[in-house]
Design a protein around this ligand. Sequence first.
Ligand SMILES: Nc1ncnc2c1ncn2[C@@H]1O[C@H](COP(=O)(O)OP(=O)(O)OP(=O)(O)O)[C@@H](O)[C@H]1O
Length: 368
Amino acid sequence: MQKMSLDDEQRRLFLIDQLNSSDSDLLENLIKKTSGLYLGEIKTLCDSINLNSQLSPDEIFNKFQSNRKFQQENRLKIESIKWSDIGGLTDIKEIITDTIILPLKYPRLFTSTDKQIGLTRSGILLYGPPGTGKTLLAKAISNECGLNFLSVKGPELLDMYVGQSEQNVRNLFEKARVNSPCILFFDELDSLAPVRGRAGDSGGVMDRVVSQLLTEIDGLDKLNTSDKISQVFIIGATNRPDLIDQSLLRPGRFDKLVYVPITKSQDERFKIFQALVRKLPIDSKFDQEKYVLEKCPCNLSGADFYAITNKARQNAIKRIILSSECNEINDEIINEEDFMKALDNFSANLSDQELLEYENYFTKFSNK
Ligand SMILES: Nc1ncnc2c1ncn2[C@@H]1O[C@H](COP(=O)(O)OP(=O)(O)OP(=O)(O)O)[C@@H](O)[C@H]1O
């Protein structure tokens, strides 16, 4: 929407040009009412008045104002995480770029047949152990494609009151539509959409939530094909893809599944570390590659590397404060000793045994 404000005379000329009506009362009324609105907003209002002859201009204006208020209260933003903030995950970034980012960025180059043959996707489910960068990937897609980012953790939508959880799902999608083009990100999707018909779902609440979710997602497909500009793209993340109701993984829904593992590749591990430290002041004598390849345990996730770099930074600050090296925290340089100390008593989020169990479980799931 264009952010240009107009004075009374400019609004008069613009309204005369845009309205398919010569009603002078309507014109005067609108000149007053549109004071403070931007050019793009006035254009949207005029389009609605021209298209909706069954409603009075006042009714349309009131509806427009309440939509505008809703939008202001629910305004989202594009995420600031960039592709370059994510280290490693080279294959995953490539899959996401080809099937998700390019079609979202250049919709005109893709046709509806491309969806049928799997060249483009309606949604993506990122699954894997905790702390491997799934949320980070979703945010980077928002940034790369210039789409607003709306994130929700599955349990946040659940409510003890009858019917409220389904209403929360409806409200969420409404917020996404108002903010379109938008990425709607469901963290912990398994807790929002468990397999239906399970014992323990008292009153069938979860079944109704899943049904509501399916209705809303299917509704998006219509929106997305009718108007590529108002896209809402869905991304889910989970550590337990087998718990999700499988109907959500059908074509037109979360139809691209991508495994995000804890990488064992030395090259990839080093890239994750580099991405995390690239903006930090690091002692040039510190051999980063040797540290990652020879000193760090092999079962570290991206989140573990993040914890280590944070700890090293804290160590540096403490060292500088305790020494008389300088009085300015700005002169902080993180050295090898700080990084080595960061590994003292550090244990990865997942033990070797837990990681192995995760890997076996994900291999079984991927082969299904
Ligand atoms: N590949 C990576 N490159 C850089 N930083 C990473 C990477 N993976 C994880 N991190 C760091 O770990 C933090 C946690 O990552 P993130 O929240 O994306 O993990 P997740 O897979 O969504 O975890 P969970 O399954 O627990 O929700 C990030 O904020 C980031 O600091």
